[in-house]
Ligand binder design. Sequence first.
Ligand SMILES: [Zn+2]
Length: 250
Amino acid sequence: MCVLALACAASACSTAGPSADPAEEDAFDETKLQATDDLLLDESDGRGNPPVSPSPTPEELRAALDIVEDYRPGFDHGEKGPEHQKYIMLHDTEGESAPQDVVDFWDGNGNLVAAHFVVGRDGSIVQCVPLDRIAHHAGFGDAGHNAQFGVEDESRDDKRGVVPIGDWAPDYGMNSHSVGIELVHVGGAGEYPQAQLEALDALIAYIDAYYGFESAVTDHKAWRSGNSDTSPEFAAYLNNYQTTRTHDGG
Ligand SMILES: [Zn+2]
């Protein structure tokens, strides 16, 4: 898993690799230590304002989520480096099954369809496709949606298991430019638990930090009209995620 390497590439991380020259390595370390000391000693910004806490790293944000990694080869449909990332697409599973059971179901039905993450009602998260790989979670979209969303259907997606669904939905660019998140929820069945919403807040914060920029948040029905997900009861949360990156706008 190359989360660390990709995170560095996406955010222009300046972490240096090991040096073959011990003298050179010592020089680097001293410079770094001096810089760190300067930061620690600087108790304000010079204008009387308190020091700004450093942002958590992607690795710290991910560790706090305690994500279960359960990658399945059949769900991997090609390369999706950070230069291709544009959207976080939210879905409802339209079932009550726990995340691990959802992944097992997807793997067992032979459709090769999955999202990158499944978020349970208790806030637990299973990841079954790495962030640098394409997942078949969005599928076909309405005619004209490739252009509307600014995505392309190019050759990185292997399209294994893909079956056209009609002339009204010929556009297939979203999978190659997005991360899919499924929420365990049945539309119309009531509220999303607070633990699930808070887990989604933290997951989006992690994805933002991983790429080093904020991907646009959308949902499946925006891509393909007639889809149920996300549910009407999610509408206010979706609006908040699109504006403030959290379910409650906080
Ligand atoms: Zn969906």
